[in-house]
Design a binder for this molecule. Structure first.
Ligand SMILES: [Zn+2]
Ligand SMILES: [Zn+2]
Length: 152
């Protein structure tokens, strides 16, 4: 177990929810927190398989769901009907810009975007729980865009 603090958070969450505590689940936790960037459940499963892990696909799916529930991971949807995850452990909150041609995902933070959900909810008489904000765009520099590179 590589992430002691995250391991403890997850162990407590599993215990409190009367979920089974298995070494496989912590293996998925470590792999998920180490993953650099945004990933689908299958991406992680394939990566773990390549590293000779024996964790099943079903366990990866189920564990990612649990990790999102206890907020060690964040669930993202970038408009292609595919659920992606990313680490939320010791990470600053941020939003995303996605290139519609090459799929490149750029993370950014902007104080204006952060304030708006709070402001709007308050105005409408709600307490904000979460929000999602994605910008869909196209690389201006086609030399940097993988889509144009591959077309050539
Ligand atoms: Zn992100
Ligand atoms: Zn692009």
């Amino acid at each position: 177990m590589k992430n002691k603090q995250a391991t403890e958070i997850f162990r407590k969450y599993l215990k409190d929810g009367m979920n089974r505590i298995t070494p496989e689940r912590f293996e998925v936790l470590d792999a998920a927190l180490e993953y650099n960037g945004h990933f689908g459940a299958d991406d992680l499963f394939i990566l773990m398989k390549n590293q000779k892990s024996r964790v099943s696909r079903a366990t990866v799916y189920k564990t990612l769901e649990l990790l999102a529930q206890c907020e060690l991971l964040l669930k993202r949807n970038f408009g292609d009907n595919m659920t992606r995850y990313e680490s939320n452990f010791k990470k600053q909150s941020h939003d995303h810009l996605i290139c519609m041609d090459c799929g490149r995902i750029v993370e950014f933070t902007n104080p204006k975007v952060k304030e708006l959900p709070e402001e709007i909810s308050k105005e409408l008489g709600f307490d904000v729980e979460s929000y999602s904000f994605n910008i869909f765009a196209r690389c201006q520099n086609t030399k940097k865009c993988k889509y144009f590179k591959e077309k050539k």
